[in-house]
Design a protein around this ligand. Structure first.
Ligand code: BT5
Length: 257
């Protein structure tokens, strides 16, 4: 879809602006640069292909041409969003889970930033912040979704099993319908961020609830505990033996134990 057609297709959504690329390095990089140059709230960068898509800690995110969704939304944070920027990852995840549900798929959120279907990763979220001194100027919410089977990287490139919407549905679906629906749901849940409803929905879709997981940060020894739920700022609460431990956002890995 070219830029003009996409603009029209997304017209029911109050976007601050739109930049759509056939191919780009990373939509998050473009969005961060645009945010520095005055992008309005809810401006969108999307691409048919990323050649340098990023996950956390500069890990690679694979987006082959025409097979996936790769987009980044620029949010100019309100006071409550500035107070809890970590909820923005949950905002993207909950919206996507809802959008997938409307396709008939049950997805879960593997804390902190993966969306799973049948225990396989269908999407990854990368929320990044842009600061001016101690003022949070913008949050870039980057989302990559494997839509067609061709978007799933070979197992050798993966640290966790992956899937696509097509593989899980057993049929193809229209990428841009999913994009429009997800953006509408992001706008919907954004209004419910400060009320606690977003956190409740995130909690409800949390993967491994009541199950034992291993969580580790960098090279630290893994913490083994049972997933209990989320704290008010989106941190993960684990039950470790007879006490609760809060795991904060950061360079975290979580796996079923
Ligand atoms: C993520 O990081 O899962 C966040 C991915 C965010 C991608 C979006 S696309 C739009 C925007 N622009 C960007 O440049 N990024 C965002 P992390 O949890 O660190 O997971 C990265 C790991 O996922 C890699 O090390 C691979 O093992 C795996 N991976 C890479 N591509 C994948 C894919 N298409 N499907 C499933 N897993 C993948």
């Amino acid at each position: 879809m070219d830029s003009t057609t996409l603009q029209k297709f997304l017209s029911p959504i109050a976007l601050g602006g739109l930049r759509h690329f056939d191919s780009i390095g990373s939509t998050n990089n473009e969005a961060l640069a645009w945010a520095l140059n005055g992008a309005a709230d809810f401006s969108l960068v999307s691409a048919d292909e990323q050649t340098a898509g990023r996950g956390r800690s500069r890990r690679k995110w694979v987006t082959p041409r025409g097979a996936a969704l790769a987009f980044s939304l620029i949010l100019r944070p309100s006071a409550s969003e500035s107070a809890s920027p970590s909820l923005i990852t949950g905002l993207g995840a909950v919206a996507l889970v809802d959008a997938l549900r409307s396709l008939g798929l049950t997805a879960q959120i593997k804390w902190p930033n993966d969306v799973l279907i049948n225990r396989k990763k269908v999407a990854g979220i990368l929320a990044e912040t842009s600061w001016s001194g101690d003022k949070l100027e913008a949050i870039v919410l980057g989302i990559g979704v494997n839509v067609l089977s061709a978007s799933v990287p070979p197992p050798a490139e993966l640290s966790f099993p992956a899937t696509s919407v097509e593989a899980e549905l057993g049929q193809t679906s229209e990428r841009f319908d999913l994009l429009r629906n997800t953006l509408q749901l992001i706008a919907h849940w954004r209004e419910r961020l400060a009320t606690g409803e977003l956190l409740e929905a995130w909690n409800q879709s949390l993967a491994y609830k009541g199950q034992q997981v291993r969580v580790w940060q960098g090279a630290e020894t893994a913490l083994i505990g049972v997933v209990d739920g989320l704290e008010a700022d989106g941190s993960l609460r684990l039950q470790v033996d007879d006490k609760f431990v809060t795991v904060h956002f950061g360079e975290i890995h979580l796996r079923p134990a």
